[in-house]
Design a protein around this ligand. Structure first.
Ligand SMILES: Nc1ncnc2c1ncn2[C@@H]1O[C@H](COP(=O)(O)OP(=O)(O)OP(=O)(O)O)[C@@H](O)[C@H]1O
Length: 251
């Protein structure tokens, strides 16, 4: 599904990502872990088209995507959330989900003005999908509240719903458990597993919460100071001496 080979990203004199490779297969949950500043978000920014990588290749569904802009990559079926919640805080919860679909489908302005039958049908579908995902993430009762007024954990769930209404094949989550309480983290865990099992979505995850990562990942990639340190199953990573030294030992 997604293949990253020898990815590098240089910012001036700083080589923030150095020869990182990773794979995400169909219906897999793959995590990227590493100490603060290791380069995880930079890898995400390259994969999702926010940065143009300095080197390496990124292949999604057999097509090279390195250097493509983010909106093209999301229309191909790979969408992401951000480390810091990025919702339209003065729009309602349901409007956030509708806008995400408009942007995704690149709705034709003219069709929208005269409301062609095809446009109306798509609008209905958008609303159905929004309602479905609001229910699914437990936010139906909040549908008409401004997104900015939601509790933090609810905003995190809305972000995931906002990705899911575009029906992605790969979902990239950047520290989705940051700031969540243990109860919310447990719900997030269940939601991510359900995305894979019930909706056939592959998940690429950056996360510092080790029990979440160890519990749900099929494979874990560890990076340290921009460089790949290890890749393996949670068990292999848990017992890898280099990883323990570089990362887990810090916790
Ligand atoms: N746009 C940028 N310009 C210059 N340097 C950057 C930029 N983005 C990231 N960096 C640098 O690249 C390195 C890797 O940062 P990155 O945010 O990818 O790490 P991270 O592993 O995601 O860290 P954290 O776990 O703290 O989020 C850091 O030294 C950071 O300062």
């Amino acid at each position: 599904m997604l293949e990253v080979r020898d990815l590098s990203m240089r910012f001036g004199g700083l080589l923030a990502v150095d020869q990182v490779s990773l794979d995400v297969g169909e219906r897999e949950i793959v995590s990227i872990i590493g100490p603060n500043g290791a380069g995880k978000t930079t890898v995400f920014n390259c994969i999702s088209g926010f940065y143009r990588p300095s080197g390496g290749t990124i292949t999604f569904k057999g097509r090279p995507i390195q250097g493509k802009p983010d909106y093209k990559i999301s229309r191909m079926g790979m969408v992401r959330t951000f480390q810091h919640v990025r919702l339209f805080s003065r729009m309602t919860v349901v409007e956030n989900l509708l806008v995400a679909q408009h942007r995704h489908l690149n709705t034709n302005l003219f069709a929208g003005l005269i409301k062609t039958p095809d446009y109306r049908k798509r609008e209905e579908k958008s609303l159905e999908r929004a309602a479905y995902w609001l229910e699914r993430v437990g936010l139906m009762e909040m549908a008409n509240r401004d997104a900015g007024n939601l509790a933090y954990g609810q905003q995190r769930r809305l972000e995931i719903a906002r990705c899911m209404v575009t029906e992605p094949e790969v979902l990239m989550l950047d520290e989705p458990a940051a700031g969540l309480n243990p109860n919310e983290t447990r719900e997030l865990n269940e939601l991510i597993v359900s995305l894979k099992e019930d909706y056939c979505v592959s998940v690429l995850l950056i996360e510092h919460d080790m029990s979440l990562v160890m519990g749900i990942s099929d494979r874990i990639n560890v990076i340290n100071q921009g460089r790949p340190l290890a890749c393996g199953t949670p068990e292999e990573i848990r017992t890898n001496d280099d990883v323990i030294k570089a990362y887990l030992g810090e916790e």
